[in-house]
Ligand binder design. Structure first.
Ligand SMILES: [Zn+2]
Length: 352
């Protein structure tokens, strides 16, 4: 990628050169854990000076980035300056278009597009930011806020600072809601953990090592609390064409959740990823069919695509199951589901 760049940001021995190594390590580490990231969800960034940041490109999975691919360089000050104008636009499509234009005009490298969540990364004050679709974090976001705060305080005391962001359409609306909440951040304190309800979490810190340490300290007790180890990953099997005929170039797959002690899954969207990946709410033939309470039939064009879809099905089923058991199932607002469908977001064409 560097030869395509109009800027030489990562000269050998420069601070950016070190940053890209650490950024790739952090990204791959977070991207290798199914309970943290599924399909192409999740993104990471590092601010390398007072106006440039390196942020994940869209289309690649977090676990696949390297020092040479999967990142773009952009001007985070330009993004911050442009965010207030997005809210002045009328309608979800106009706002989304304005946001996308802002991200594009702020991108300094040619080639891959910048991550849809670059606005979130630009706004957060921390040098390092990691956004993941943590299952434990998504459950914490569904838990009643007071109970969640008490639970977190019992684990970490004052060491972690939290901020809750209500359900939002990924991209422009999430960015606007984070911008609104920036004024709630107490002066002189760093908010380390942003709970993005019905979506995921974002960590911010001055160091990549501190983020990795915080992820471990956060995930382990929460996974234990929710019993996540009792829910094995999905099993994928292609369906024979006589079982479910598929359009040309595509295959129906059966995705099962074997060995789960219980499963309370239906197609009511609780996470933004679910309507982003599957089309059950338009007039076109569905690409996701619930076959029974722990099996889905999913249409995909390649083994790689079904792998990503199955990960999102798994995450959605797991969060639904535990949230229903606990009595805190709170679906995504219908307006957000509708907006995700018309914007076709969180489902960018993946670069292989
Ligand atoms: Zn996300």
């Amino acid at each position: 990628m560097s030869e395509k760049s109009p800027l030489p940001p990562f000269e050998k021995g420069g601070s950016g050169g070190f940053a890209v190594d650490f950024w790739a390590n952090l990204s791959r580490r977070l991207g290798s854990d199914l309970l943290l990231t599924q399909a192409s969800g999740g993104n990471t960034s590092v601010k390398i000076n007072d106006h440039q940041f390196l942020v994940k490109a869209s289309g690649l999975r977090l676990g696949e980035v390297t020092t040479d691919k999967g990142w773009v360089l952009a001007d985070y000050q330009a993004i911050r300056k442009g965010v207030p104008d997005i809210e002045k636009k009328q309608g979800v499509e106009a706002k989304s278009n304005a946001y996308q234009s802002l991200l594009t005009s702020s991108t300094l490298t040619r080639g891959p597009k910048i991550s849809l969540e670059a606005g979130l990364h630009a706004l957060l004050p921390n040098r390092w930011v990691a956004h993941v679709h943590s299952i434990a974090g998504q459950l914490l976001g569904l838990m009643p806020e007071e109970e969640a705060r008490d639970f977190c305080f019992s684990l970490w005391g004052e060491d972690l600072k939290f901020c809750w962001i209500p359900p939002a359409v990924p991209g422009h609306e999430l960015c606007s809601k984070v911008a609104e909440n920036m004024s709630n951040v107490p002066q002189g304190q760093t908010v380390n953990l942003w709970i993005l309800q019905n979506h995921g979490i974002a960590w911010g810190s001055d160091s990549d090592k501190k983020i990795l340490g915080a992820v471990d300290a956060f995930e382990e007790p929460l996974r234990k609390r929710f019993g996540l180890h009792r829910y094995p990953p999905p099993v994928i099997e292609p369906l024979a064409s006589h079982q479910r005929p598929a359009p040309k170039g595509k295959t129906w797959y059966q995705v099962r959740l074997p060995g789960w002690p219980t499963c309370h899954f239906d197609t009511t969207p609780v996470l933004t990823d679910f309507p982003g990946h599957f089309d059950l709410w338009s007039d076109t033939p569905p690409d996701f069919i619930q076959a029974d309470d722990r099996t889905a039939h999913i249409l995909a064009a390649s083994p790689r695509e079904i792998d990503g879809h199955a990960q999102v099905f798994y995450a959605h089923a797991l969060v639904s199951t535990i949230a229903r058991q606990e009595g805190w199932f709170r679906p995504l607002p219908p307006a957000a589901v509708h907006a995700i469908k018309i914007l076709l977001i969180e489902r960018p064409a993946e670069i292989y």
